[in-house]
Design a protein around this ligand. Structure first.
Ligand code: ME8
Length: 495
């Protein structure tokens, strides 16, 4: 069997430019995809924009542009954002593309032909914010609990419905057989509980909306945005579906786990496809203790943020502040403290010390034995293989602290390079420092690619892209050289 890995982000609504919450999901997928590529696995990583939404139609109207002109402009802004953030995706999908329309019409027809889609006159309260019908229990003071600034719309129209209820038992059985399908476990349990409560068929078309994919069996209706959006994950791999499907990981926020854990499975089975392998569900974070919102004015633009600080600072903080799956808070003060403590001081210090001592000895260092940190390598790769990114990063920085501590205890600056016995001790301490620094940099490569490659080349052991990351980690080079002192790798922020 061919070894491949296919990971996706949600496709983001294109009525606004991506904010830091969207960037969070993309950084996670990007890091996992980079690790997979560095592990020499054939990797595909897709992202894109969700365009057939009423929100996009409304935003276009407010700018006075045509919907398509607006969608073109916004798709470009999304792509520019991901490029600026160095998100190394392989596919970018727009749901207005003809390849997507053709594919969605094909799967709709399949489900229609096998009797899973039927017509019904429907009345209900619709929230454009969520792009779903709301039940009485979801409504607070006449408004959707998640979008209190929007009026709910009373819709009464002919709709086509998808027989979700038919799949209830199959979904439960699938969950029982696949205990790791949804991570973290709390979300997995939530879905099971929801499904046990009973599944209702849902509407998959709109009569009044004009922007969207026409149903192949009734062109007076357009496809419900969530039905079309989920299928983006299959549209992107139409060039070689049998190789890439099922997707290995869908990275999604906790807000959309029901769509992916319930609707998506039934829609796939109905159209003759197998389920994806895993949903990696992220928590939501607040900014300085408050929900991100335009009215509060605390929505962080990730591009402006990395312009002022750096991508590495943003990734470091987003990944270490809270583990994937948990809710957290983005505190600007903590972001700076974390950056200074871990990248500028801990790692930066180890590099500075290694360089300074090597220069004292001469630029080249050779050694032939080294106690290998085997258990650290094993722990690191098992954490990366289970996408525990926080613990992997933390492990690398704990490792750096240990090496700094070792240096403090061995006081290599006290040795006199002119005395033979001292020189030998100095060489041994230095070799140990640099050999381990090299391993730390390799562990951090999927997170901070550019700077870690720079670090490795500054200690004279560039990364060997012909072999896997773990092989690079396990090999111990016999020589290092440091030609010059250079600028600090990371400049401390503030005093
Ligand atoms: O839901 N904290 O798109 P969307 C963490 N188009 N993550 C956050 C966040 C926060 N405060 N806010 C948003 C859609 N996110 C649909 C998806 S997929 C077939 C269709 C992230 O633009 C989180 O990953 O509203 C969430 O799922 C995603 O942004 C929603 O982006």
């Amino acid at each position: 069997m061919q070894k491949k890995f296919f990971i996706t982000t949600p496709i983001y609504y294109s009525n606004a430019v991506p904010h830091i919450g969207n960037a969070y999901a993309s950084f996670i997928a990007d890091t996992i995809a980079r690790y997979s590529r560095l592990s020499k696995v054939d990797t595909r990583f897709s992202t894109g924009v969700d365009e057939n939404s009423q929100k996009v139609v409304e935003s276009a109207a407010s700018t006075g542009m045509s919907v398509m002109d607006y969608a073109d402009m916004m798709a470009k802004k999304h792509q520019d954002t991901w490029d600026a953030l160095d998100i190394d995706y392989s596919d970018f999908i727009r749901t207005t593309e003809s390849r997507h329309r053709d594919f969605v019409q094909k799967v709709l027809q399949k489900s229609f032909d096998n009797g899973d889609i039927y017509e019904w006159d429907y009345k209900g309260l619709y929230c454009v914010g969520c792009e779903t019908f709301k039940k009485e229990t979801d409504i607070v003071n006449g408004r959707c609990a998640d979008h209190p600034n929007r009026e709910l719309e009373q819709l009464s129209e002919k709709n086509y419905f998808f027989k979700l209820s038919k799949y209830q038992d199959q979904i439960l059985e699938f969950f029982e057989k696949n205990p790791d399908f949804v991570k973290p476990r709390t979300r997995y349990n939530e879905i099971i509980e929801f499904v046990r409560g009973g599944l209702e068929d849902f509407s998959i078309s709109r009569e009044t909306n004009k922007f969207g994919i026409p149903l192949p069996f009734d062109s007076t209706q357009v496809t419900y945005v969530w039905y079309d959006a989920l299928f983006n994950y299959l549209t992107v791999v139409q060039d070689d579906e049998s190789k890439w499907w099922p997707a290995d990981i869908h990275v999604i926020g906790k807000d959309i786990v029901k769509f992916h854990g319930i609707y998506w499975l039934a829609m796939l089975w109905s159209a003759g496809y197998v389920a994806p392998r895993q949903l990696l569900t992220t928590g939501y974070f607040t900014v300085d203790g408050q929900k991100m919102s335009k009215s509060i004015g605390n929505v962080i633009d990730p591009v402006a943020y990395i312009g002022e600080y750096s991508r590495d600072m943003l990734v470091l903080y987003l990944f270490t502040a809270f583990p994937i799956g948990e809710d957290g808070d983005f505190s600007q003060e903590q972001a700076i403290l974390t950056f200074n403590a871990k990248l500028a001081n801990n790692l930066g210090n180890l590099l500075n010390r290694s360089i300074a001592l090597t220069l004292k000895l001469g630029w080249k260092l050779e050694w032939d034995t080294l106690s290998v940190w085997k258990e650290k390598i094993e722990k690191y790769s098992s954490l990366m293989d289970t996408q525990d990114l926080k613990w992997s990063i933390d492990l690398a920085f704990e490792y750096a602290s240990e090496i700094n501590k070792y240096v403090d205890e061995n006081t290599p600056w006290k040795f006199d390079a002119e005395i033979d016995s001292d020189r030998e001790k100095l060489e041994s301490v230095l070799f140990y420092m640099i050999a381990n620094l090299r391993k730390i940099a390799i562990m951090l490569l999927p997170f901070f690619d550019t700077k870690m490659r720079e670090l490795l080349s500054r200690i004279g052991v560039p990364y060997d892209d012909a072999i896997s990351l773990v092989e690079n980690l396990s090999l111990d080079p016999v020589s290092f050289f440091i030609a010059e002192k250079g600028e600090p790798l990371y400049m401390r922020i503030g005093k």
